[in-house]
Structure formats: C-alpha cells, structure tokens
Design a protein around this ligand. Structure first.
Ligand code: FAD
Length: 493
C-alpha cells in the first residue's frame, strides 16, 4: 500500500480532534462534485475530509499530508464551475468553511479582517451593521466564500466601479504546501512599492500555492441610493459605446452587463410566467445593456436621466417593461427570485449552465460573438447566450460568459469541454485570454502552453517554491511532473 490512510487519519485526528476528521462514504460523496458539468456516472471520492477551524490547525494538517506526500484539495462552497474543488487524485479534502469568523471590522480605516471560510453574504450581512460593504459581489455569494473568491479570481456585479478581489485584498495569511504560515501583503496599507506583491499572486492561484486562511480587505460605505436601468441596442458595439460614454461623462455607474439577444430569454422568462406572453422587443435588437448607478439620491436621479439621453444618442431604446430590468437585477444582486423558475429558462434540473469564460479587448467583441455562435453549432450544443461583465475599474473591460446548456451524458460533457478549449484558443487569438472568472482548473491544461508560452515555466517554478512536493490541489492549473502524476494515480487506485 502506497499510503497508510488509517495512520494518516489517526495522526490528523490526534492533532486537531477526531470530530473534525471524516471518512464515512456519505461525507466523502458530498465532496465529489462542484457545479461544473460532469457525466452522471462519474464518482470521484477523496480518502478523507478534514474541517479545521484555524490557521494553526490547517498548518498541522498540511504538515502531516506533506510528510505522507498525499494530495490536498481545498474546498469552500463547491459552487465553482470548473471542477477546481474536485479531488481528482483522491487524498485529503480541507474544507475551509469552518474558518468563518470575522476577526476585525476597522471602521476608521475601512478594512475588515476575516477567516476566509466566511461566505461573502454572511460577511456583508455583518458589515451592513456598520454601514459598510464589500462590493465584491458574485451571484453565488450566499455559499461562496471570501477564500474561494480570492483563489478563483471570480467576477463581481460591481467590478466596473470597484474591481475584483485583487483590488480589495490588502494582505493575507497562507499556509503553503510545506505547512508554513506566511503573511503576505501590506497589513492595512492600500498601496505599496515595497517587496514583491505576493498577496496579489494568491488571486487566481486556485489552491495550488496553499490554503488562504485569513484576509484583510478594503471595504466601502454602502451607497445611499441605486437606480437600475436597461436598454435594447441594434449591436453589441453600440451598447459598448453607450456604456463607455456614460463612464467618460462621469456618471456614477456601478454595474454594466451587456447581453446578446439569445441571453435575453434568461430575463424574459419571469415576465412570461407573470404576464402569460413575451414582452415586446424592438425589431433588430442584437444586444441588451443593463446598468446601475449608485451614490447620493439627487446625483443618481440626475445621472439616470443623463444616461438615458446617452442611450438614445447611441441608437438604444430604454426598456420600459420594468419587470425585465427587475429580473436582471434580481438574478445579479438581490437574488430575490424563485430559483429554477425565474432565472433559468430551461431549468438546471434538465441541463446545466456551462460556460467558456473568456476575455477579449472591447474592439474584438463582435468577432468573438460570431465565433461563439459558430463554435456552439460545431460542437452540437444548445446556445444560452453571451453575457459581457466588466471587471476593471472605470473602463469597458470584458469578462465574457459564452454560455450553453450541457446535459450529463459522457458524450455531451466531452463536447462541452472541447468547445471550452476551442473558445479559449479563439480568445487568445483575438488578443485576449482563456479564462476570466472560472479559472484554469483541469479543463484548460491543454490551453496553458498556448496562452502563456515560456512564462508557464516561470509560473511552475513559483508554484514549486510554495509547494515543492506538488501536494496542493494537484492536476489544477499546472500539469503534474510525470513521476508525481504516476504516484498519485497509483495512490488513488
Ligand atoms: C448559481 C451560481 C452563480 C454564480 N455566480 C457567479 C458570479 O456571479 N461570478 C463568478 O465569477 N462566478 C460565479 N459562480 C461561480 C462560482 O460560484 C465562483 O467562482 C465562486 O468563487 C466559487 O466559490 P466556492 O466558495 O463555491 O468555491 P469552491 O467551488 O469550493 O472552490 C473554488 C476553488 O477555490 C479553491 N479554494 C477555495 N477556498 C480556498 C482557500 N481558502 N484557499 C485556497 N484555495 C481555495 C478550491 O480549491 C477551488 O479550486 C456562480 C456559480 C453558481 C453555481
């Protein structure tokens, strides 16, 4: 036997307490999936599930796993859409959700320090008592954690005003693959030219460098008022141009989503349920721009009217059916809808939502859209539509969801991942990038060379500094060295 799992379990239990270590089949099975499309028959089980409650306990567990040379997969809310938390080689799951305390709310310096297993919603519910807000706001906030938001560099509805986790993360604590506890970043300083920005390196590291256990984040005052609007446009380009003009005019825009015409169904589904018929959509509509403005009420109301004039001057038509706009906002922010009724026209019980999450510069969006429609057809998938989020502060900065419906047959799942890889290569060819919010995980291993070339070798060396034995989330982001992959395959059995 390559690993004495019973001895490993005993050591971990002696170190952090038996009640935090599980190996019964029901618990193991609960960690075999996230939200990524997978074949129905697939069952990938870890050997052990461990639920530490502090940085020190994580460090103890990692040191023991390091000694035995077994894989560790960090897990949070399991809503990841790329298989990042699936333990492909078995081994030990470290479930981070037990580390969910708020360590400090600093109202003078506008920072919060947390254990990273706290969900974004739980954190914002607490911050609200202080009139504060972490504006990193993915739709999955009720279950997805601060640690995972850092680890997979996911998108936020309010990215165009406040950026992504990289813009909020001031400092962090990471337990590396050797069990070392390392503080990175600049305490509560908002900027620094000192040293190398190792805390930024954690953003998008997908658990491959270690487990992020604490984070100090910049927070902001909750805005007094918000207005949400939407408009139909004859092209993606005209919607982009109108949104850019709103920014350059100085309007307090805090969310910008541009949807293609296919994706509109996503938001008209609830309308149809309520009114019994489809809403009127102007002929020739190719894009729908949804946006929100926030700040003091008077400023927002003035800006709302100004923005509407901009929409019209770029050939757009303001959506008068407020139910459609509400539907978008509910799905993006308030989440006050019946899941499976309002949001998903086709219900995720039948087919899953799957996406290529690519990024291209604004001038290549129309080209990307054309290639998206062609590629979906090539792989025999059903189109759901394109949604363009914007994730850099104050500019049109596309993070694009090219979504399809995916069933759970082995053949359809394989075609889906082939489609994702092809879309990723297309995006790189269009001066863009293969992933903007899901992460590389295992699904883009074939595309990493294509995107990064020689830089990938430098990334592997950085990885080895944090995790010399390749035990941290193996098989994600980086191809394993051959001998380690062979060892893990035998270990998994
Ligand atoms: C309904 C729904 C809506 C969604 N909406 C959005 C959205 O608006 N924007 C968006 O970008 N994504 C969205 N997603 C995708 C997904 O929710 C996010 O990417 C989210 O960040 C995953 O968080 P999680 O807590 O579920 O992490 P998990 O799926 O458990 O883990 C994700 C990755 O992070 C790693 N990890 C987790 N915690 C740590 C840690 N402490 N240290 C190191 N590594 C860690 C894991 O190993 C894994 O690789 C959505 C998903 C669903 C199902």
């Amino acid at each position: 036997m390559l690993v004495d799992w019973e001895a490993l379990k005993r050591e971990i239990a002696d170190s952090i307490g038996i009640e935090k270590v599980k190996s019964d089949i029901v618990t193991l099975a609960a960690y075999s999936r996230d939200w990524s499309p997978r074949p129905a028959e697939e069952l990938i089980l870890p050997h052990l599930v461990v639920r530490p409650e502090s940085t020190e306990e994580v460090s103890e567990v990692v040191k023991i796993c390091n000694k035995y040379g077994v894989p560790i997969t960090p897990v949070a809310g399991l809503t990841g859409m790329g298989g990042g938390a699936i333990p492909f080689y078995g081994g030990v799951i470290i479930d981070t959700k037990g580390m969910n305390k708020i360590i400090e709310v600093d109202t003078k310096n506008y920072t919060v320090t947390v254990q990273t297993g706290i969900t974004i919603k739980a954190l914002n519910d607490e911050l609200e008592k202080y009139g504060l807000w972490l504006p990193h706001d993915p739709e999955s906030k009720p279950t997805s954690t601060v640690g995972a938001a850092i680890a997979c560099d996911n998108d936020s509805t309010f990215g165009i005003r406040w950026g992504k986790m990289i813009d909020h993360l001031l400092s962090a604590v990471i337990v590396t693959g050797t069990g070392d506890i390392v503080r990175v970043g600049y305490r509560k300083a908002y900027c620094s030219s000192s040293g190398l920005k190792l805390h930024s390196l954690l953003v998008g590291s997908e658990g491959t460098l270690g487990i992020i256990t604490e984070a100090t984040l910049r927070v902001v005052p909750i805005p007094e008022y918000r207005w949400v609007d939407g408009a139909f446009f004859p092209s993606i380009t005209s919607a982009v141009d109108a949104a850019r003009k709103m920014l350059t005019a100085g309007l307090p825009i805090d969310a910008v989503n541009i949807n293609d015409k296919y994706r509109l169904k996503f938001y008209t589904h609830a309308y149809r349920l309520k009114h019994g018929h489809d809403p009127e959509v102007p002929e020739g509509t190719e894009a729908i721009l949804f946006y929100s403005l926030s700040g003091d009420r008077d400023v927002v109301m003035f800006s709302r009217d100004y923005a509407r004039k901009i929409v019209e001057s770029y050939g757009g038509k303001i959506i008068r059916e407020r139910d459609i706009v509400e539907s978008w906002w509910k799905s993006k922010h308030t989440l006050k809808f019946d899941p499976f009724k309002q949001k998903w026209p086709d219900s995720q019980r039948e087919k899953k939502f799957g996406a290529a999450d690519v990024g291209v510069p604004p001038g290549r969006l129309e080209e990307l859209h054309k290639r998206f429609v062609e590629t979906v057809e090539k792989y025999g998938l059903r189109i759901l539509g394109m949604n363009i989020y914007n994730e850099r502060i104050g500019c049109i900065s596309p993070s694009i969801s090219c979504a399809v419906f995916v069933g759970d047959s082995e053949d359809e799942v394989r075609r889906f991942y082939d489609y994702v890889k092809e879309m990723s290569r297309i995006a790189v060819d269009l001066d863009g990038t293969s992933s903007t919010y899901i992460g590389d995980t295992w699904r883009l291993l074939d595309v990493m060379d294509y995107e990064h070339g020689k830089a990938l070798e430098y990334m592997r060396r950085v990885k080895e500094i944090f995790d010399p034995k390749w035990i941290m989330n193996p098989g994600k982001k980086f191809r394993l060295p051959k001998e380690i992959e062979e060892k893990y395959r035998r270990m998994r059995g």
